[in-house]
Write a protein that binds this ligand. Structure first.
Ligand SMILES: Cc1ncc(COP(=O)(O)O)c(C=O)c1O
Length: 399
């Protein structure tokens, strides 16, 4: 048994490996004596938006904040009412549907595809009602959702689309980047995600109105005339008077969701290493698939559909005909960290809100809840560790 714990995330006991650039850029921020929204945040937003085929990116303190302000902005722009419905997958991290509730709207769940684990487009139409306003497809585990049919349905039924891309960055679906299909795409830079800034989130959009609304929502609902501390610099006397008079004007109910220049500087450094990061993740996933293929009677391994990238934020495995419990416990006992595949419909708080039988309405999500788990595919894993993981899984089935 290896003595070292092998985390499924790039953090945990192994620690996060900051490179030279992260340290250098953070040192520059500290030297500049400026922490609030400034050149590093602007740069991070610009390069991130460009890389995701979008005009704007808005950097906030988490992926959840990005989603929360994105839906709030869409609700305001399109004049949606409290109680209007938003379609979300029945298997996703809880933040996706929590933000619908926090916006006083109603999440309507749709089951997921048994092979990709993303929302099943063939089941969306039956969930649409007169009150449906938007769909939130989630690109889980690093794999884009099947966007063509989703966008087609959204056009037919005049629904808006908010992409939850918190588990997917830089990936293409039919040649186009995630985060550029819907009105807004939301990303997380929390520990364990593709780019790690500690905490952080980005919302991409090509709609200037939504970008401004999101900035207002993350800044306490401020008037758009003063959304950052430089907005009063270099103005004519007339304009300056106007800005000064509105610096403390709040026009909607907003939140405090700002990040700082420190996170942005780490983000820029991480962004510069993105190609190497993704390359390593894909290589690790390929290794797992190649060396676990002989267990495919027992294990459903992830697929990579031909029309899209899979960037493997993690490596999901679903046991075909048995519960994951014994295998997961065996791996954990052998110092290999696992995580559940984002179970949602069986969460105590969701049973309380939506009823105890919620899970039974979504059989594929239920199967994943019971039988699915994931292991790490982060770029800090060593060859000896991924070999050990594969050997340990084999040893379990030899028992
Ligand atoms: C699918 C999904 N949505 C939203 C989030 C929330 O991101 P954050 O933790 O940055 O708030 C996560 C985080 O893990 C996620 O996996």
């Amino acid at each position: 048994m290896t003595k070292k714990f092998i985390p499924s995330y790039q953090i945990g006991s192994a620690g996060f490996l900051f490179g030279r650039k992260e340290k250098e850029y953070v040192a520059k921020v500290l030297k500049s004596h400026r922490l609030s929204y400034g050149p590093w945040s602007q740069k991070f937003e610009e390069i991130f938006a460009k890389e995701h085929d979008s005009k704007f990116a808005v950097f906030s303190n988490s992926g959840t904040s990005a989603l929360q302000m994105a839906l709030a902005a869409m609700k305001e722009k399109y004049n949606w009412q409290d109680g209007d419905e938003v379609i979300v997958p029945a298997s996703t991290f809880i933040a996706t549907s929590n933000i619908v509730l926090f916006n006083n709207m109603k999440p309507v769940f749709v089951d997921v595809d048994p092979r990709t684990y993303n929302i099943d487009p063939s089941k969306i139409e039956e969930a649409i009602t007169k009150k449906t306003r938007a769909i939130i497809p989630v690109h889980l585990y690093g794999l884009p959702a099947d966007m063509d049919p989703i966008m087609k349905i959204s056009k037919v039924y005049k629904l808006r689309v908010l992409e939850d891309s918190c588990e997917c960055m830089f990936a293409k679906y039919k040649g186009r980047k995630v985060g550029s299909f819907g009105d807004v795409g939301c990303f997380s830079t929390y520990i364990a995600h593709f780019l790690v800034t500690g905490v952080g989130g980005l919302a991409t959009t090509s709609d200037p109105e939504l970008a401004t609304l999101m900035r207002s929502y993350m800044n306490h609902g401020r008037d758009s005339i003063y959304l950052n501390i430089d907005a009063d610099k270099g103005l004519s006397s007339k304009k300056l008077k106007m800005v000064v008079s509105k610096r403390f004007s709040f026009v909607r109910l907003g939140h405090s969701m700002r990040a700082t220049e420190l996170e942005a500087a780490i983000g820029v450094a991480q962004f510069e290493g993105r190609h190497e990061n993704i390359k390593k993740r894909k290589a690790i996933a390929e290794f797992y698939t190649k060396h676990l293929l002989d267990l495919s009677n027992h294990l459903q391994l992830p697929i990579v559909p031909k029309d899209r990238d899979h960037h493997f934020m993690m490596y999901p495995i679903v046991l075909k005909n048995m519960s994951k419990k014994n295998l997961v416990n065996y791996l954990e006992e052998h110092n290999i960290e696992t995580r559940e595949m984002v179970p949602l419909t069986n969460q105590p708080i969701y049973k309380k809100i939506f009823g105890n039988d919620l899970e039974s309405h979504f059989p594929v999500a239920e199967w994943i809840n019971k039988n699915g788990f994931y292991i790490g595919s982060h770029p800090y894993l060593k060859t000896i560790e991924i070999k050990y993981i594969v050997d340990t899984i084999h040893n379990f089935f030899k028992k």
